[in-house]
Design a protein around this ligand. Structure first.
Ligand code: NAD
Ligand code: WQD
Length: 345
């Protein structure tokens, strides 16, 4: 019997999930999307249809709702693997609403695993985060670095979820956790990208909204760090490169014959880029003016972190293809497209 090509993508209407759906279709899979649209709308679902010419099955509902998930699994029939993106992701909001974050991010994982077990499904790919490391002692950080106490409830949910996955895999799961560094950019077609709700917290959407005139100026949070130009250093990875690693992780699970498996991989470029370097790359690669000032440090920010991605490159046979310039151009094209569609409304 040929294995099912169906991949369940929770959170598939969101930023990273939607880009992954496009890459799954390109690789010949049949993604099925589950999303409760609590942090998204149908914009990216429409975008992925335009890009691929396909309309993946979409089930609107909550991953914490067991009977809803049972219905999805029953309706869809055999599913090869579950990719679990659905979660709340705002670090700042998690400090204001810790219970909401723990409930949503942890309960959705637990309920999903429970239903998977009921349906005898084993293969699972989890959206983890570099936030599990905190400020690592050694940079570039590799997967064996210890988890420091999480800086935020959001970070704690990712640490707890990884612990749950480590605990349950011996009962018959095959699991890959992907620790994303800083995803940026948009689909090269400008039909999908990041859709922040309200004032963006993350750097790149703040940059593009400032360049588009929605925000007066960007504030660079601190230039007195112990880094070459004084601003923080991060590992910014193009969202399409990040999406493609999921296809590689799927192939890895197919080839690994172990009936029980847990493995975690860093997903970053391996290159540390400072906030000021990123700002200058945006200006240089788009030719757009970007008013910015230097402000105080943002509480809770890690000074510098970037990935050692050797494990993913080697075991998953994956490498990044897009440059920082590409990411800036694509993010800007997406922002312009959004502004144009809003002015038509
Ligand atoms: P996103 O907010 O764009 O997408 C998440 C999607 O999940 C949204 O469409 C939301 O409606 C949905 N969702 C949330 N809770 C749900 C629930 N209980 N049931 C069903 N749907 C639910 O976020 P993203 O940037 O695409 O992030 C995807 C995953 O990657 C998250 O787990 C996030 O924590 C993780 N991650 C993101 C980043 C980042 O910077 N974007 C970095 C590291 C890890
Ligand atoms: C990047 C750098 C800011 C905005 C977060 C989460 C992490 C992961 C990725 C989910 C920092 C600086 C920002 C601005 C600025 N997400 N900055 N002015 O904090 O590295 O990571 O997203 O798992 O868990 O913590 O990303 O984009 O917010 O900030 O100077 O207006 O840009 O100080 O140095 P961060 P970010």
């Amino acid at each position: 019997m040929t294995p099912s090509k169906k991949i369940l993508v929770t959170g598939g209407a969101g930023y990273i999930g939607a880009h992954t759906v496009v890459e799954l279709i390109a690789a010949g899979y049949e993604p099925v999307i589950v999303d409760n649209l609590s942090a998204s709308d149908r914009t990216l679902l429409k975008g992925m249809e335009r890009i691929t010419g396909r309309k993946p099955n979409f089930h609107e509902g909550d991953c914490r709702d067991k009977s809803f998930l049972r219905d999805v699994f029953q309706t869809e029939g055999p599913i090869q693997c579950v990719m679990h993106f659905a979660a709340f992701k705002s670090v700042g909001e998690s400090v204001q609403k810790p219970l909401l974050y723990h409930q949503n991010n942890i309960d959705s994982l637990l309920v999903l695993l429970d239903v998977m077990q009921e349906f005898k499904m084993t293969d699972f790919i989890f959206s983890s985060s570099c936030t599990v490391y905190g400020q690592p002692d050694v940079i570039p950080v590799n997967e064996s670095a210890p988890f420091k106490r999480a800086e935020s409830p959001y970070g704690a949910t990712k640490q707890i979820c990884e612990r749950i996955l480590e605990d349950i895999y011996p009962t018959g799961f095959r699991i890959v956790s992907l620790r994303y560094f800083n995803p940026i950019g948009a689909h090269p077609s400008a039909m999908m990208g990041e859709l922040p709700i309200g004032v963006p917290n993350n750097l790149v959407p703040y940059i593009t909204q400032t360049a588009a005139g929605l925000r007066k100026k960007l504030t660079v949070f601190g230039n007195d760090y112990d880094t070459p130009d004084g601003s923080c250093i991060r590992d910014f990875i193009h969202v399409v490169d990040l999406a493609r690693v999921h296809v590689k992780a799927l192939e890895y699970l197919q080839h690994e014959r172990h009936s029980k498996l847990y493995d975690a991989f860093n997903v970053g470029t391996g290159k540390g880029v400072s906030v000021l370097e990123l700002v200058n790359t945006f200006i240089r690669s788009t030719g757009v003016k970007l008013p910015f000032i230097i402000g105080p440090r943002r509480p809770g920010d890690v000074e510098k972190v970037y990935a050692d991605p050797a494990k993913a490159m080697d075991a998953l046979r994956w490498k990044t293809q897009y440059s920082l310039e590409d990411a800036m151009k694509h993010a800007w094209a997406w922002e312009q497209k959004l502004r144009a569609s809003h002015s038509e409304d």
